[in-house]
Design a protein around this ligand. Structure first.
Ligand SMILES: NC(=O)c1ccc[n+]([C@@H]2O[C@H](COP(=O)([O-])OP(=O)(O)OC[C@H]3O[C@@H](n4cnc5c(N)ncnc54)[C@H](OP(=O)(O)O)[C@@H]3O)[C@@H](O)[C@H]2O)c1
Length: 250
């Protein structure tokens, strides 16, 4: 892999972790892989867009995070499992001096996580569910009884700023959010995203949807390009985000 920006040069495995390392403090970064046309999946899964380099970046971002934040739609579509110590991410975490496991935090307005899902039954760091008071109380209780940490943030809908606060209070201050497009759109609109790490695959797929689901943002969110890596025609970008512009902004 090579760095194109800011300073051109080769990037080895240690350099890759350094390229994505964060200073201390709260931070939410969103990681996506997209095709040149903006498509984020092939036959409903992101795997068809990936490359070896994309998987290494994915692992580094997980290894550097306190927790993995994901919408229930993505967790279900991609068959999410816990981050275990005896896994490539767990071993990388250990090598980088982090705790070997990290919780997966599932965001679901309806508390849709199934109590017998692997994210629940196989978790070592308990899986966290972020939901709202309107979610079925029986579902919430069943998940809590199965060992899930249930965080109720908001009444009729999930209040993402409150959720990020509650996670930071639990020592989960640096989050990698792996989407999907509904959660990314809501997180951007709520102003809780600090960074977008977008891998651009040299593929054209068609069919949509893109990175953001739902209605347009109140205004375009400006992104500052801070880093570009390249391998095999894939671009691995880091953008700093300033939050959405106010309604009516050009
Ligand atoms: N290329 C990539 O990097 C990438 C990354 C991620 C996902 N994807 C793809 O995206 C697709 C999944 O899309 P998706 O829109 O279903 O993903 P999603 O955003 O992960 O899931 C949507 C669901 O998550 C919950 N959710 C999301 N945002 C929420 C919020 N603000 N408040 C409360 N609940 C929230 C809701 O669950 P409930 O209905 O349970 O309330 C909602 O129905 C899959 O095909 C996946 O492969 C691709």
């Amino acid at each position: 892999m090579q760095r194109l920006l800011p300073s051109p040069g080769p990037v080895d495995e240690r350099g890759l972790a350094e390229a994505y390392r964060l200073p201390g403090g709260r931070h939410v970064r969103v990681n996506f892989v997209a095709a040149l046309d903006g498509a984020i999946s092939v036959a409903g899964r992101s795997g068809g867009l990936g490359s070896d380099g994309d998987r290494r970046v994915f692992r580094v971002l997980r290894a550097l995070a306190d927790a993995v934040l994901v919408g229930h739609g993505t967790a279900a579509a991609e068959g999410y499992r816990p981050v275990l110590a005896d896994s490539p991410v767990g071993r990388l975490r250990t090598a980088l001096g982090s705790r070997p496991t990290a919780p997966v935090v599932v965001v679901s307005r309806r508390a849709s996580l199934a109590p017998d899902a692997q994210l629940v039954t196989d978790a070592v760091s308990p899986t966290v569910l972020v939901t709202c008071a309107a979610a079925d109380a029986g579902r919430r209780a069943a998940l809590a009884a199965a060992g899930v940490q249930v965080l109720v943030c908001g009444d009729d809908d999930v209040d993402l700023p409150s959720a990020v606060d509650a996670l930071a209070d639990r020592g989960l201050a640096q989050l990698v959010c792996e989407g999907g497009p509904a959660l990314f759109a809501a997180a951007l609109a709520a102003g809780v995203v600090d960074e977008l790490d977008l891998s651009v695959a040299p593929l054209l797929v068609g069919g949509g949807p893109g990175l953001l689901a739902g209605p347009p943002l109140p205004g375009p969110a400006a992104a500052e390009l801070v880093q570009v890596l390249e391998e095999g025609g894939y671009l691995f970008t880091r953008y700093a985000l300033a939050g959405p512009a106010p309604p009516g902004a050009a």
